[in-house]
Design a protein around this ligand. Sequence first.
Ligand SMILES: [Zn+2]
Length: 170
Amino acid sequence: MSDKKPEEKEGPVQVLQTPVRLEYVFSAGQSASRLLGAMAKGKLLGQRCPVDGRVYFPSRGSCPQHGVPLDGAPVELADKGTVATYSIVRIPIEKVPLELPYVTVQVVLDGADTVLMHLLKCDVDKVHMGMRVQAKWKPREEWTSSVENILYFEPIDEPDAPYDSFKEHI
Ligand SMILES: [Zn+2]
């Protein structure tokens, strides 16, 4: 019989697989509350920087470039936009309503000057920069104060946007 301790016989533990879960309460604040309240009505509200006029969506309530509050009137945006960049995803992630492989996109909504990351329901061989897309909303009776009211974006029958219109977001 060996008198070695278990860790001496088997070596140090190098990998430990264990479930991890974090629960936390998110306080939305004024800016996100406005955005989420509008989402419950099917509206996309951006906020304009008072210094250079850029429209942020989603907005954190202040301009990250100028450090000023975005407290002017909200700007209602279209639920259509242009694909600035994209990625093909080949690993499953919970709650994604698309089959593998699927596409994630950075969309510049019409009227906005920043990108929104979302899903695109599209043949992975067809997605491209400049592609015009539109939001596919959940059925209205399922809307809540959540960005998940938009299931994904879909291509629409419009000519590609010119490169200059989205190049700053690449
Ligand atoms: Zn600014």
